[in-house]
Design a protein. Structure first.
Length: 273
């Protein structure tokens, strides 16, 4: 600390305490942001894998429901049963010309996950699993703790950190542990931030604490939105192993398919009698 810094510290007796409070708030915010970002990645991965692996099973269920409704309508001839059969078949039929209009990126169910990934600058290929490996998770946390933009002391350093963290987030979303390891080496070899020449004034520290509080509030809203989403609510049922939850849902759906197929077989046997 230089003479000017010492003089300023003596003029502002509460500054050292404020410095500690700011550093503690920054550390807490970074840890919270890591938690929110890792959960966001799991929500997106679960959504994409859910669509990729279970989409055909849902389609099969819809088709069986339509066939069952049509078989019941054919047996009873009841206008209400006929209406239900038409509605069930309408839910299965794709919206005409949608695929052609949007070059296959949007179908009757909405935008495909691959199209959403392209718009968000993510890998078009679906992830291999919901939760990245423990190696990738550890590397990601370590990198964010070291390179987070909130630790920057000036605008140029913040921009450098923000650009670097974009690459870190992408590598983590892809579950790419080797890429994260390479980024860690790059960060360690990179330029060190310039030391702060003078102690921050108390007014600046109070402003910093206020900004950190606002940032925490924004992240809390983002976390609440993720947790309240359909996928987020599902993930909360299996916080320790979201990939196992995906397999469990698949088993349940396949059981429903088997049940529908038996019901349809019984109805068709009844028509032949």
């Amino acid at each position: 600390m230089n003479a000017n810094s010492s003089a300023k510290a003596s003029e502002e007796p509460g500054t050292e305490r404020l410095e500690k409070a700011v550093r503690a708030a920054e550390t807490a915010l970074i840890e919270y942001e890591i938690a929110v970002e890792t959960f966001r990645v799991e929500v997106e991965n679960f959504s994409r894998l859910h669509h990729q692996r279970l989409g055909p099973v849902y389609a099969r269920l819809d088709e069986l429901d339509a066939q069952i409704a049509e078989a019941i309508a054919a047996r009873t001839g009841d206008p209400e049963d006929i209406r239900k059969a038409d509605a069930a078949r309408g839910a299965v039929l794709p919206m005409p010309k949608v695929d052609e209009l949007f070059f296959g990126w949007i179908d009757s169910d909405g935008m495909l996950p691959e199209a959403q990934a392209m718009l968000n600058e993510q890998s078009v290929s679906p992830p291999s699993r919901v939760r990245p490996s423990e190696e990738a998770r550890k590397a990601y946390r370590d990198l964010v703790r070291k390179a987070h933009p909130d630790l920057a002391q000036d605008d140029a350093e913040r921009e450098r950190r923000e650009a670097f963290l974009v690459r870190v987030n992408k590598a983590y979303a892809d579950g790419d542990a080797p890429a994260l390891a390479a980024l860690a080496e790059e960060w360690e070899a990179g330029p060190l931030p310039e030391p702060v020449a003078e102690l921050l004034r108390s007014e600046e520290l109070y402003a910093r604490l206020e900004w950190l509080a606002q940032r925490k509030e924004m992240l809390a809203e983002m976390a609440a939105e993720l947790e309240e989403s359909a996928i987020g609510a599902m993930l909360k049922l299996a916080p320790d192993d979201p990939d196992a939850l995906l397999e469990e849902i698949a088993e349940q759906l396949l059981g429903q398919v088997a049940e529908r197929e038996r019901e349809l077989a019984r109805l068709r046997e009844g028509e032949q009698e």
